[in-house]
Write a protein that binds this ligand. Structure first.
Ligand SMILES: [Zn+2]
Length: 284
């Protein structure tokens, strides 16, 4: 595993499987076209992310698309996240344009250009399905994060995603479209969602930890109102991804910050503390 993580661009084993298959069936140029389109799409995300100084762990390429892995979605402003996400699908419009230009030349066979056009369209449509972790799923997740606190938003996205996978499966069976491909795809998507669902508490924890060292000024302020016997744990469940929260304690007429709460909880290990404990501690 460690060796895989060292590679910045990681090509998923399923991709190699298709490469071998394509050589055996004499479709090498087709696979090359797919490789170029998929890589181009990911580079769209990559360069946009780099322009915002995001840290990128690696790019994984698989036959139906790629994934740019980063932890930054837990602490970057939503508008940056939106631009980084949309930068992928937008590349397909550019690719369409290039295909049109190439059609005017004799550089490539018409058959290959037709394939490039089809595959480019297929990836674009597939990529915009509202399923996590596809770009469509991510775009949808931004809406969830605007209207809901992080913890709930993240859960609802995955539940919505599971439902979309099911609808997608039913539609594909009904239209009996390339069932082997669809089976591989659905399995992959289901697996990704199951994995993300299993690690949702871990993701939530990472989100809270990321809040402790981020730039407050980039965020909209939204005060949250509580009474003092509320546990810090419950306070955190009201945190939004793209907002910064001063904490108002009604019965004590005290204002504290989310940072104080997080520090008390994580740095001092007060996992069962209430807001009241926090204010008494700061008075000492
Ligand atoms: Zn993408």
């Amino acid at each position: 595993m460690g060796k895989i993580n060292d590679r910045f661009i990681y090509i998923h084993p399923t991709f190699w499987f298709v490469v071998v298959l394509s050589i055996l069936t004499g479709m090498f140029y087709h696979i090359l076209i797919i490789f170029i389109i998929v890589t181009w799409h990911e580079l769209g995300h990559f360069f946009m992310a780099k322009s915002f100084n995001w840290e990128i762990r690696r790019i994984t390429l698989w036959i139906f698309g790629g994934v740019m892995e980063t932890e930054e979605h837990l602490n970057k402003p939503l508008n940056e996240q939106f631009l980084v996400t949309i930068a992928g699908p937008i590349q397909h419009l550019l690719i369409f344009l290039i295909i049109l230009l190439l059609k005017q030349t004799t550089l490539l066979l018409p058959e290959h250009l037709a394939f490039a056009y089809q595959y480019n369209l297929l990836i674009l449509i597939f990529n915009l399905l509202p399923i996590w972790p596809l770009d469509g799923g991510k775009l949808l997740s931004f809406i969830f994060h605007i209207v809901l606190p992080f913890k709930r938003a993240h859960q609802y996205i995955l539940i919505f995603s599971f439902m979309s996978i099911f609808i997608f499966l039913v539609c594909m069976i009904k239209w009996s479209q390339a069932l082997v491909n669809v089976a591989v795809l659905i399995t992959f998507l289901f697996w990704e969602n199951k994995l993300e669902w299993k690690r949702r508490l871990y993701v939530y924890q990472r989100f809270l930890l990321a809040r402790m060292n981020q730039h407050i000024k980039e965020k909209k302020m939204q005060p949250l109102l509580f009474i003092s016997h509320v546990k810090l744990k419950s306070v955190f469940e009201h945190f939004y991804l793209n907002k910064f929260h001063p904490i108002l304690i009604r019965d004590k007429q005290i204002i504290t910050s989310e940072l104080d709460c997080l520090n008390y909880y994580f740095k001092q290990g007060q996992y069962h503390a209430t807001l009241s404990d926090l204010t008494q501690q700061t008075k000492k």
